[in-house]
Design a protein. Sequence first.
Length: 167
Amino acid sequence: MVQFLLSALPIALIWSAITGRVTLDSLALGYLLGLVTLTTLHVLGIRYGRLRSWDQPVAIVLYVVGILLSAFQSSVKVAKLVLSPKIKLATGIVALNTGDLSESQVLTALSAHGINTTPGELVIDIADGGVLYVHCLDMEASRPVIEHEQEQRLRLLRRILGERSDD
């Protein structure tokens, strides 16, 4: 119980940093949001606790930077496609494997989220065994990089989740 109450403190500090208000009421609101978030995670069966490795925070930062960079690059590509006088689209669907055979499929869900945040690609279905079906706006541009990006994404997500990587 004490760990639960203490775990909400970093969320309160992050909330104050994001809002730019370091006041007692802002910290209290952040703490309350932290308690609600942690309770929701517990109800959903997502376990949190001590870091399994010091590598996890580094992986989180690398993952977020990678997602932001990918979103920016994809946005530029999609803008060029849309603004060109002759829109040449070669849409298609690609199957990507996450290798997530767990019952919760957290790795699959996080991977799908990472793909959906990049313009031009959208997960349209998730099959058994963690196979993601991704619709690509421009297959010619996506095909050479989509599997490599998925490998990088899965490697970082496994580090974040504290799982051992098989590579």
